[in-house]
Design a protein around this ligand. Structure first.
Ligand SMILES: *Cc1c(COP(=O)(O)O)cnc(C)c1O
Length: 371
């Protein structure tokens, strides 16, 4: 029997979350962001649930090849663009759109031999200071690109640093719009947090906000809240696309004063029963999670006790007296009884974000795709 741990990718939840994004951005086209192997879910595994998107955005040519191999003929965008000249040959061969964020990429385009001009997304550094041309250099970059026979349509793109927090997006959208006001081309500026927290300008009256003809949705599609704890995934109407669950492989009965696991980090204050679960940090469960991190045992809320070790962790069985060997422990996602433990709650205990937990799901964990 294989080790009793499993991740499940929920196709229906992916479809549901894509619809939630569409409801918040009804006039925009949606890039399903599938970088980092679809945030750890697996590109092939999420394809069925996300094929209703208008395009897929990612970083690696290899991931783009996998999407084409799945039969996807629609748009694919390379979010960091080309890293070397050869990448542009792949863009021609696989019909990929790509980001242009620096001078070197314009030079690569100028040197690229092609008969078919390429669609590019010109990125502005509107304040995040990661990638892109600063506003004062943006228009010159646009003019140079526009003069190249290698370039077809130019779309205008930027990325927000604070869409999930109190600073918001106004300072960046102001810079972006002031610089691009009279430039033609589609706009592509919103990520998940911006779509959910900052209404898009719809062209009609009433809603004021920036335009984004294309939105780039990542984390929300996977059912994690982009602004936890201000809003939970449930508040945004999102469903978990990944469940990580394992089974109890041993139980121990403790007396007051008995310790659990490495470093005796947990000491029982009263007699209690604990379950030892076939999941550890080598499966992607964060070692930093302290005693008291929430879990579901047979769908009932409980918590971890003691340190997470490589292949095991321990949970308190007090709330579930009928549980024991073989009981289901949900580390995040949905339990068989339909109870949900949001990945964001576990991420918070690990002092990180849902993003990092899902991306860190270990290769050794078998994954099942469920409809
Ligand atoms: C990853 C990424 C996104 C998606 O962000 P989420 O917060 O997951 O929605 C959007 N745009 C760019 C440029 C990215 O790198």
């Amino acid at each position: 029997m294989p080790r009793p741990i499993q991740a499940v990718v929920h196709t229906q939840a992916l479809r549901h979350n894509l619809q939630a994004i569409r409801r918040s951005a009804p006039d925009a086209r949606v890039w399903a962001v599938v970088k980092a192997n679809a945030y750890g879910h697996g590109i092939e595994r999420v394809f069925e649930g996300l094929r209703g998107a208008d395009g897929f955005a990612l970083l690696d040519i290899g991931e783009a090849q996998r999407l084409r191999a799945l039969g996807w003929r629609g748009p694919i965008l390379l979010l960091e663009g080309a890293f070397e000249l050869r990448d542009l040959e792949w863009c021609s061969r696989l019909d990929l759109w790509h980001t242009v964020h620096c001078e070197a990429q314009i030079e690569m385009l100028a040197a690229h031999k092609t008969h078919v001009p390429q669609r590019v997304f010109l990125k502005m550094n509107s304040g995040m200071n990661r990638l892109g041309f600063v506003p004062s250099q943006y228009r010159a970059a646009w003019t140079r690109l526009n003069a190249l026979p290698q370039v077809d349509e130019i779309s205008l793109m930027t990325h927000f640093s604070d869409a999930d927090g109190p600073r918001g997006i106004a300072h960046q959208t102001t810079a972006f719009e002031a610089t691009t006001a009279d430039l033609p081309g589609e706009r592509c500026i919103h990520n998940s947090a911006a779509v959910l927290r900052h209404p898009l300008h719809t062209g009609g009256t009433g809603v004021v906000g920036p335009t984004s003809d294309w939105v780039r949705a990542g984390i929300a599609l996977y059912g994690s809240s982009p602004d936890h704890p201000a809003h939970s995934a449930g508040d945004w109407g999102l469903q978990p696309a990944m469940t990580l669950c394992a089974r109890i492989i041993a139980t121990q009965t403790l007396e007051a004063g008995d310790a659990v696991g490495y470093g005796s980090a947990f000491v029982a204050e009263r007699p209690m029963r604990i379950g030892v679960v076939a999941c550890g940090y080598a499966d992607g469960y964060p070692r930093i999670c302290p005693s008291g991190t929430p879990v579901l045992v047979d769908g009932v809320p409980s918590c971890t006790v003691g340190r997470v070790s490589m292949d095991m962790l321990a949970v308190d069985l007090t709330p579930v007296p009928l549980s024991g060997d073989g009981s289901e422990v949900t580390l995040w996602g949905g339990a068989t009884n339909t109870a949900v433990l949001p990945i964001d709650v576990v991420a918070e205990a690990a002092q990180t974000l849902g993003y990092e937990l899902m991306c860190a799901l270990a290769h050794r964990v078998p994954v099942q795709v469920e409809n």
